[in-house]
Ligand binder design. Structure first.
Ligand SMILES: [Zn+2]
Ligand SMILES: [Zn+2]
Length: 267
């Protein structure tokens, strides 16, 4: 089979690779239906994060189970599954409190930009859909492999509750899905911090009630203005710089919560 391999800055090759096989009894091998490029793939691609050796790319994936190891119980051959970028056992103490991305036995999944992928710890990592989804549903299901899960995680960590006021710092893919998550969790008011017209439009579609274009101190002042001088109950931070984290913290009301994607990000 052929797959994408990163050799160094701006050097991605689509080349012959060995077809993955079951190695451990807890593995599954899946045929990829869809995979995508993550924002975090761009760090080594741009040379900001060095890589030691040629690295198969892709950690966001969904597909059909082809084979499972002898210990796998929760998924079976022929099922459509979505997997996380960190393989996790889902039974260790860290998984049990809901931090599967920090599982004590976690393994980073890689090499999904290829037709076939080996997924370790398949019972804890893969989730099967009840039926085979239609083609048009697959791109949406693919988001659950990383961006939607990451967006949801920060909203959950920031304690978003029905009726709460939420501010979202960052309007990239994960930030926009953070807005969608907050909406699903029942937030009454969602303030999106965004400067791009096309993303503001999506933000509103996903549930944003207000848009703030200012950044830094001015952005914080605008959020205070919109929340009777108090700040938001929950602030979701999806940029990952010190400046954006400070903006998130100072936009939060006393006793409020900040959730950050950095707690779950793979790189
Ligand atoms: Zn990703
Ligand atoms: Zn675990």
């Amino acid at each position: 089979m052929r797959g994408a391999v990163l050799y160094g800055p701006r050097d991605v090759r689509f080349e012959e690779r060995e077809v993955p096989k079951i190695i451990n009894p807890t593995d599954a091998v899946i045929r990829i239906s869809s995979a995508c490029v993550c924002g975090s793939d761009l760090w080594p691609y741009r040379g900001i994060q060095p890589i030691a050796q040629p690295t198969p790319m892709g950690h966001e994936y969904c597909g059909i189970v082809e084979e499972v190891g002898s210990a796998v119980q929760s998924v079976k051959r022929g099922q459509f599954v979505i997997g996380s970028f960190f393989a996790s056992d889902n039974v260790c103490p860290t998984c049990r409190i809901g931090y599967q991305s920090s599982c004590q036995h976690r393994e980073l999944v890689g090499g999904a930009q290829a037709p076939v992928l080996r997924v370790p710890l398949a019972d804890g990592t893969l989730v099967a859909t009840p039926d085979l989804p239609s083609e048009d549903l697959i791109p949406s299901l693919l988001t659950l492999s990383d961006v939607m899960g990451t967006g949801w995680f920060a909203a959950d960590a920031a304690n978003v509750k029905p009726g709460s006021t939420v501010a979202v710092v960052g309007d990239g893919a994960v930030g926009l899905l953070g807005i969608l998550s907050a909406k699903q969790m029942g937030a009454a008011r969602i303030i999106a911090m965004s400067r791009h017209a096309s993303r503001q439009k999506l933000a509103r579609e996903f549930g944003a009630t207000d848009i703030v274009t200012e950044r830094g101190d001015e952005g914080v002042a605008r959020i205070k203005e919109l929340t009777n001088g108090i700040g938001a109950d929950s602030v979701l931070e999806y940029v990952g710089t010190q400046e954006s984290m400070m903006q998130a913290i100072t936009s939060t009301r006393p006793g409020g919560h900040v959730g950050s994607e950095l707690l779950t990000c793979p790189l």
